[in-house]
Ligand binder design. Sequence first.
Ligand code: SF4
Length: 448
Amino acid sequence: MSTTLESPPQPAEKKVEETEVGNYFVSNYPPFSFWKPDQVPVVEGVLARPAPTDVPLGVYFHIPFCRKRCHFCYFKVYTDKNAAEIKAYIDAGMREMERFAKQPYIAGRKAHFVYFGGGTPSYLSVPQLKDLTSRMKDLVSWDGAAEVAFEAEPGTLNEKKLTGIREVGVTRLSIGVENFDDHILESNGRAHRSGEVDKAYHFARTLGFEHINIDLIAGMMNETWENWKDTVAKGIALGPDAVTIYQMEVPYNTTIYKQMREEGKETAPVANWQTKRDWVSYAFDEFVKNGYTVTSAYTVVKDPERIKFIYRDALWEGADLLSCGVASFGHLGGVHYQNQAEVGPYMQAVDAGQLPIFRAYETSHEERFVREFILKLKLGHSEFGYYQEKFGEDPLKFFAPQLNYLQSEGFAQLTDKDITLTRDGLLQVDRLLHDFFLPQHRQYARYT
Ligand code: SF4
């Protein structure tokens, strides 16, 4: 039976103008700051259970290496590892996956989707990539996987590398373009330049990837309206299947924040939030004029019938994710977990024959309902009947104050069956989602 979420929140401030340090992007729920080391044994309990027959399984492998650290990067990345160290890391990752693969909960299941994230997966050489993927496939079969996604940095993508990526079975290539202006790329610490994007993209197109996505960032340091318009035009001219556009954040553990602290500044040297939203809105309009469809707060897609985000959608709907590698985030049987965040402790745990999990969180039925509802609100539209059927909860009642607030502020249109975010609501959905958190998660929420 549905109840109403207690302690309706104060309305969020309408505009957060300046970009200050911190994360507001909601990538999971409950927030990572609530995941705890004392819940790690719960993951072991899940692994001892029989394999479910009705939950899709994804496999994630994390590659923490990059050529250079971007000034806005908040991930733990390594820019100084040699081939022997990379091999040792892959060996550890495969020992970790082997431990998982033998457990009753995983044994015999096939991957519905596979994801290589980082860091920079395309930093691996072709032999390293072939070694990694053939060992992974021996542990958890990818036969018939609906999607094999791979993140790539343009400067690492020569013809040989792209051919190797295609040969190991990648179907979705996501290229981190970010911007087409070399001065902006350089001043934000990116390792690649725009010429490398063109070459990599056009060669990749000849290889038959089913889905090529490019990432852009609205609001990199030194961005201007004029340059952003040029970047959007160049993105359209490339003609990717999908474009993902993020609004620049400045989390604490970035080079930009370090510099701000040294200079005693509170405002980050990037555009304010309204300007970033205007830039994304402009990009959405231009892509739509050129045949694309806006499919979420961050994505435009050329052919929504054909081009899907299987990894994202399956995870948001509660799929299992067997996640291996340093700092990676997984989810098994309703339990979130994250691995050790530094390579040293990660490798030591694997060498000691343990799962290298650092913190975990067992979600309740109510938390899983809230999680799915808020994550899928990023798609811009939700039908309440879906949640009634899946969770026995009516979002219209449970989130009554929050939904009415969105409607009254012009962020959404509400009927008794569904909610549709307006463009204004869609472009600041992450800020608005914090009001949908259960009361115990509204304070101390951190996303890193
Ligand atoms: S390429 Fe990505 S992971 Fe690597 S440093 Fe830049 S932002 Fe971070």
